[in-house]
Design a protein around this ligand. Structure first.
Ligand code: FPP
Length: 239
């Protein structure tokens, strides 16, 4: 069975999971963190080297202040509680997304996680936090424009690889498989550039219910896909 090297997940449906049980949304996010923990373990055991999780989007700032504070608190708790364990299992942790607008204590925790696990290579866990693809592309374009304005770069020489290199994901391979839970079928500003040739699997389950069986379902679906990257297939049919 073909296993993807990189899986990226849009963890959607915490709120609806909680609502279906008559619980507050915060309970859904807490259950979401449990699912996240198990998923890191399950994905690692499946031999997948890269896992990217969409934990907080640049658009999530428009949620009620109490929910934003819950999500910030959960990230802090996750790093404080799980970092040592992730490190022991050889997981390299890093974050993509805008850092400048995050609270200093969160920035510090993110730095600590990245520094501690820098030398690990059993598995890579990428948390997209305060992440939005358009924001990331704008920041990358701004960087290249500054180089050009300073006379260090000829605009005519800019290639797709150079823009890839100016993104937060510069040394991260593109995702082979993008999974979204909760039945919604859209990217919501997640890895727009990097998803050019990704396969998509949309699952009806809410994120807190995403378990080993759901992961296996997504992996089986991926294994059945024929990826042509814009070329022709084995029989010569154009993709
Ligand atoms: C979608 O549920 C989920 C999120 C907003 C982010 C995912 C967050 C977690 C898994 C918990 C936080 C983890 C960390 C490490 C910060 P939703 O609220 O959009 O669900 P709904 O669409 O049903 O309302």
């Amino acid at each position: 069975m073909t296993t993807p090297a990189h899986i990226a997940i849009i963890m959607d449906g915490n709120g609806r999971w909680a609502q279906a049980r008559g619980l507050p949304r915060a309970a859904g996010h807490r259950a979401g963190v449990e699912a996240l923990r198990k998923t890191v373990r399950n994905v690692g055991e499946s031999g997948v080297k890269w896992l990217t999780l969409y934990a907080f989007s640049s658009e999530n700032w428009s949620r009620p202040a109490s929910e934003i504070s819950d999500l910030m608190g959960l990230l802090k708790l996750f790093i404080r509680r799980d970092l040592a364990d992730l490190h022991r299992h050889g997981v390299r942790v890093r974050m993509i997304g805008g850092r400048d607008t995050l609270e200093p204590d969160i920035r510090q925790l993110i730095d600590e996680a990245e520094t501690l696990t820098r030398g690990n290579d059993a598995m890579n866990l990428v948390i997209a936090f305060n992440y939005g693809s358009r924001d990331e592309i704008v920041r990358g374009a701004r960087h290249l424009a500054q180089l050009a304005a300073g006379g260090h770069l000829d605009p005519q020489s800019i290639t797709p690889e150079m823009l890839s290199g100016a993104l937060d994901t510069s040394d991260i391979p593109d995702p082979d498989l993008i999974i979204r839970t909760s039945g919604e079928q859209r990217l919501s500003n997640f890895l727009l550039w990097q998803a050019a040739y990704s396969e998509f699997v949309f699952l009806p389950c809410f994120w807190p219910d995403f378990d080993r069986a759901e992961l296996d379902r997504a992996l089986a679906s991926f294994a059945g896909r024929e990826r042509r990257f814009g070329a022709v297939d084995a029989r010569g049919a154009v993709s």
